[in-house]
Design a protein around this ligand. Sequence first.
Ligand code: XMP
Ligand code: MG
Length: 182
Amino acid sequence: MQQKEITLFDKTFEPYLTESEILEKIKQLAAELDSFYSGKKPLFIAILNGSFMFAADLFKQLTIEAEICFIKLASYKGTKSTGHVITAIGLDTDITNRHIIILEDIIDTGKTLHEFLPQVHNQQPASLKVAVLLHKPEAKKFDVPIDYCCFTIPNRFVLGYGLDYDGYGRNLKEIYQLKPTE
Ligand code: XMP
Ligand code: MG
């Protein structure tokens, strides 16, 4: 069936990745993770809100023993010396000596994970890897080590499959791209 453009508020989005393209990549990623983490009982840490659909579909495909938890990252202004601070809400599992895989919907500038990863590192996990659904290399401002990436995409705003525009559009099964204005 031909997918259609979608209009949300003032913006129009055009179809970009189909549901089957997304699920196929996630299946391949799950197979890689299955073989690499077999016997290691890894802990997946999914970053809300955007990654909830990616995390659910990936986790359903895994066959190894694994745990998952969901966190929110809150950012606030610290003191003058600490500047901008990001804290994790909901990380109540002890991650020391655990094999950790961070699940993120999209890496854009890299700022979020650039600030959050050192905090995970400080808690001395046995290993730490990052798996992302989407990566926009052209938007990069901060270095983030990306171990697994489903799709490398151009620097255009995307919507659907967990990703929102002003809170809406997360329920779309496909991923849409902001239509360039003529
Ligand atoms: P940074 O710049 O820290 O951004 O790598 C990561 C977070 O920014 C959000 N983001 C988007 N959300 N469509 C969205 O719906 C996009 O194209 C987009 N680009 C960045 C997202 O919440 C991600 O976790
Ligand atoms: Mg968002």
